[in-house]
Design a binder for this molecule. Structure first.
Ligand SMILES: Nc1ncnc2c1ncn2[C@@H]1O[C@H](COP(=O)(O)OP(=O)(O)OP(=O)(O)O)[C@@H](O)[C@H]1O
Ligand SMILES: [Mg+2]
Length: 289
């Protein structure tokens, strides 16, 4: 099946119709393409706390992949290990076959991994547009000198970054808020802005840490659609989410963590019916569940 290659930047497709992508959005589309992210036997300790304990899973190109588990299970720590914030105590993480453990945050961003944060992290006094342009800047090649003297190359890159950022704001549904400072945006708009900023780095993999936290059912439904739209542009999505209905409704496959260990992996239906998963969420022994 024709699919946009994930190593192509998405800037030409975001916010614009994309024929291949819409054909790909069929409900019977195959899952798991080539391995994109491989978490290989990763353990991460904080002193006596084992936040991740021998965790392994692989995300295929084009998937919407869920990472779930009760509070403190190690989900955010997993994101932090993948994006260069923490270095695993042991084990390896590979992206597109290349080792990312040990690389710096910006190196991993440039390879094509972007994320949002559980607690929104925006520049509150900057406009929505400026916040997204910061993400777009990640790929600019202008030197400091050319920026200082506003040389033609810098001006061209700035104009392109602005265009692209406006398209991304449109794509996430808050184009009309472009000129407003971030702190004046509603909570839901701020969550969307974070997603636009992450997309501005042209990721192949977008990691969303509880993007629907605090949303009402209608907002959750809209977010679900946005996640599908993102995938349909060729971006693979990794989603941490507590709302089971949302996770089950949008993901192709799910990994479940509990106390840092992987306790289940499979399709939403497989995971939902797994007694270990039910027990983890109810806080009772698996045989009781
Ligand atoms: N920087 C840190 N220092 C010490 N312990 C940490 C640190 N970060 C996380 N932990 C611990 O690691 C474990 C996993 O935390 P993590 O934040 O990854 O869980 P989570 O699955 O994201 O939970 P939640 O659903 O509440 O966000 C917890 O016991 C937590 O207290
Ligand atoms: Mg978390």
């Amino acid at each position: 099946m024709a699919r946009q290659r994930v190593d192509e930047p998405i800037r030409t497709t975001i916010g614009e119709p994309h024929e291949e992508a819409s054909a790909d959005a069929r409900p019977d589309r195959p899952t798991a393409g080539a391995p994109l992210l491989e978490v290989d036997d990763v353990t991460l300790r904080f002193g006596g706390v084992v936040a991740l304990d021998g965790v392994s899973f692989t995300i295929g190109e084009g998937e919407i992949f869920g990472l779930i588990g009760p509070n403190g299970a190690g989900k955010t720590t997993c994101f932090n290990a993948m994006t260069g914030i923490y270095r695993p105590t042991s084990g390896e993480i590979r992206f597109g076959g290349q080792r990312v453990t040990g690389l710096r945050k910006h190196e991993i961003t440039c390879m094509g991994v972007a994320r949002t944060f559980q607690n929104i992290r925006l520049f509150p006094e900057m406009t929505a547009l400026e916040n997204v342009m910061v993400g777009a800047d990640a790929h600019h090649r202008s030197s400091v000198l050319s920026a200082l003297f506003r040389l033609p190359r810098y001006r061209r890159e700035e104009a392109e970054g602005r265009e692209k950022s406006l398209r991304l704001l449109e794509f996430v549904g808050i184009r009309h808020r472009a000129g407003h400072v971030a702190r004046n945006l509603s909570y839901g708009e701020q969550r969307r802005l974070e997603i636009a900023r992450a997309l501005a780095t042209d990721p192949k993999l977008l990691c969303l840490d509880e993007p629907a936290a605090g949303f009402n059912p209608a907002e959750k439904e809209e977010l679900l659609q946005l996640i599908r739209d993102i995938r349909d542009t060729g971006v693979t999505v990794l989603l941490i989410e507590h709302d089971m209905r949302l996770v089950m409704g949008v993901t192709d496959r799910i990994v479940v963590l509990e106390f840092g260990k992987k306790i289940a992996e499979g399709t939403p239906a497989e995971v939902r019916d797994d007694p270990k998963v039910i027990a983890a969420y109810l806080g009772v022994p698996a045989d009781a569940a």
